[in-house]
Ligand binder design. Structure first.
Ligand SMILES: Cc1cc2nc3c(=O)[nH]c(=O)nc-3n(C[C@H](O)[C@H](O)[C@H](O)COP(=O)(O)OP(=O)(O)OC[C@H]3O[C@@H](n4cnc5c(N)ncnc54)[C@H](O)[C@@H]3O)c2cc1C
Length: 295
């Protein structure tokens, strides 16, 4: 079964419904963390490119707590072992500024509180080190996430949840990773964190912006050049055509293919990969957002 969008539901659908559809991939071992809401503080807001903003969070609640305080359970420190781990942002209602927090749901997911609607969005953990968690957000035209981004300042507080599940890299020696701007944080982590034995083919579809790939995709060292290939094609958000053209130069099938971004784009890329002989359970595709409407 293909993987649908992320772990948690957006405000306009029941979280449990989305969770029920979440597929596991047999090639990626999962490790789970308890569902913990953490209050964090914005340490820095940095524009990486006109289209991309890095927000870095800090705060005691990122660390372990509970045992010393005599609490019933030890709350583990936040951790992010996998390149595509996500955190959920609990956002204010753009009209009222009020935040309605989600509640941990049976089975470890997130639900809306009784009588309320939590407004949540998911973002990839770009880095977690030295007590700071960073995410890179695409600055698109509208939406609760973008509204929050427009006004966020160092010192502001936010409640985040996760990462709740982390998936290990599949045990393969060759992997293809394809994504749009929203997948750049995961693609960048994959390049940085790949095991040295993994040959990696990365293909990103980005708006025609010279600053974007240069600032966010790590440079590949000459020593790695024969094992890591990174290509960027210019494409409008949601368009798969340019990616599929570029994939004609990819050696397929491959050990594992990871595809993330606009949902129509990932569906079209997956279809192309399957037509080229990729086994269905060796393609993980995730719709991160939907052009023209809610996911
Ligand atoms: C597992 C996972 C990981 C993700 N990681 C990241 C990440 O690291 N960085 C990141 O920026 N996003 C990431 N996303 C995507 C992000 O959650 C969506 O882009 C989200 O919809 C943004 O919410 P919003 O409130 O700003 O816009 P929404 O309210 O969702 O949408 C409002 C309008 O904007 C359009 N829209 C939404 N997102 C985009 C977009 N990215 N580009 C262009 N138009 C858009 C919609 O079509 C809609 O018309 C991830 C999503 C998932 C599921």
């Amino acid at each position: 079964m293909p993987e649908q969008a992320g772990t948690y539901e957006k405000s306009d659908r029941r979280p449990s419904a989305r969770e029920a559809r979440r597929a596991r991939n047999p090639h990626r071992a999962e490790s789970w963390q308890p569902t913990v809401l953490r209050r964090v503080r914005v340490r820095a807001v940095e524009s990486l490119a006109p289209e991309l903003v890095r927000v870095t969070f800090e705060g005691d609640e990122l660390g372990e707590s509970g045992a010393d305080a005599g609490g019933p359970d030890l709350v583990p420190a936040v951790c992010s072992p996998s390149f595509d781990d996500v955190v959920v942002f609990c956002l204010p209602d753009p009209a009222t500024g009020e935040v309605t927090l989600p509640v941990p749901a049976p089975g470890g997911g997130l639900g809306h509180p009784p009588g309320g609607t939590a407004l949540v969005r998911e973002y990839t953990v770009r880095s977690l080190r030295d007590g700071a968690l960073a995410v890179d957000l695409v600055r698109h035209a509208s939406g609760a996430g973008v509204r929050w981004l427009e006004s966020v300042r160092p010192g502001d507080e936010l409640t985040i949840v996760g990462p709740r599940v982390s998936r290990a890299l599949p045990a393969v020696d060759r992997m293809l990773a394809v994504g749009d701007a929203t997948a750049l944080p995961a693609l960048a982590r994959l390049i940085e964190e790949r095991p040295p034995t993994l040959a990696l083919d990365v293909l990103a579809a980005l708006p025609d912006s010279p600053a974007l790939p240069r600032t966010v995709l790590p440079a590949v060292s000459p020593a790695d050049a024969d094992r890591v290939r990174v290509r960027v094609v210019a494409a409008a958000p949601g368009s798969a055509e340019e990616l599929i053209d570029a994939l004609s130069a990819a050696a397929l099938p491959t050990g594992f293919a990871w595809v993330a971004g606009e949902s129509g784009m990932v569906t079209a890329v997956r279809r192309h990969l399957l037509a080229r002989g990729q086994e269905p359970d060796r393609v993980q595709f995730t719709g991160y957002w939907r052009l023209g409407g809610p996911l």
